[in-house]
Design a protein around this ligand. Structure first.
Ligand code: ZN
Length: 206
């Protein structure tokens, strides 16, 4: 599985610093579990971050810090770079599907993390072949990882392993473009702003 779309540098940096909230960290971790390119990048951020901290109080990154960072890149990526929950969620997809709830024709959702204090959630979304999600916006960030199938969004194709990162200014209507169902792991803030009955159903679920 070779992903074409990856998390932003700021997300990878935040992941390396363990500063992402759990719902978003889970989605980023699941992508890193599937993407060697980003595991390598996360390792770079870890190495440079650690070397920089060790070099303080010097204001600039020293040559010594750089060499320490490069040495670290030759060592295996730390196991803790991918929280175990990501692998257990990916391993439990079938069970989660059995727990999922219908929210529209050929569309099902299964909650994974529901953090009411931050209004951040992680959930699995299943959409049948050819299904289009109603046009909707978000109250904050939305991170989507494709686990199987494909979807098209504003002319961009996302396939297995791909990562989509949107902010609260975005509105979209993704469409499943594969012959099979598309399953995504999504981390988002707030509930998707959907009109009409679809919005009511989603609000009941979330
Ligand atoms: Zn990646």
């Amino acid at each position: 599985m070779t992903a074409l779309h990856h998390p932003s540098d700021s997300t990878l940096m935040a992941f390396a610093a363990r500063s992402l909230p759990p719902a978003l960290e889970l989605v980023a971790a699941a992508h890193l579990h599937l993407c060697e390119v980003c595991r390598r990048a996360g390792h770079v951020w870890n190495a440079f971050g650690g070397a920089y901290l060790e070099s303080l109080p010097q204001p600039e990154l020293s040559k010594e810090a750089l060499s320490v960072a490069l040495e670290r890149l030759d060592s295996p990526a730390p196991v803790e770079a991918v929280p175990l929950m990501a692998t257990s969620v990916l391993a439990g997809i079938d069970e989660k599907f059995r727990q999922s709830r219908w929210i529209g024709p050929s569309i099902r959702m299964a909650s994974v993390i529901d953090d009411r204090t931050t209004d951040l959630r992680a959930y699995l979304l299943y959409a049948g072949a050819g299904r289009a999600l109603p046009h909707h916006g978000h109250d904050g960030v939305e991170m989507t990882l494709v686990l199987c199938g494909r979807f098209s969004d504003n002319g961009v194709e996302y396939g297995p392993g791909d990562f989509q990162e949107l902010d609260g200014t975005h509105a979209h209507s993704p469409v499943v473009s594969s012959d099979e169902a598309c399953v995504c792991l999504i981390g988002s803030q707030g509930t998707p702003r959907l009109p009409g009955i679809a919005g009511w159903v989603v609000r009941q679920f979330m």
